[in-house]
Design a protein. Sequence first.
Length: 144
Amino acid sequence: MLMRTDPFREFDRLTQQLLNTTGTWSRLAAMPMDAYREGEVYVIAVDLPGVSPDAIDIDVERNMLTVRSERRPVTKADDVQMELAERPLGVFSRQVVLADTLDTEHIRADYDAGVLTLRIPIAERAKPRKIAIGGGSAHKEISG
């Protein structure tokens, strides 16, 4: 049997309930995320430990990226008595507004070690380019 030795555990649990930091099937919780640019690619890394890849849903509508996942309780035999349950369960969701400079048609998603990594290329139209100066006379003399 496990014994609790942390006197602040109950306080932490109550704080989580008050601040809605855990998700339920009726109330979504956010997922921790990092976002950064790596060369010509924008990278979003989302922590989803313990979530099956089949339980992750990624959608893009216009420039709104939505990541949803669900972590269900592990099914136990009838004779199993839970002594401690600290891992959050339920539905988790995160929405990110993507800039128009990103190519949402070519998003790549990988899931490894509980981290969902999305790689979104920078659109060609957003990359810096040189503008050529055309020849010709911009100023003509006016005879009067």
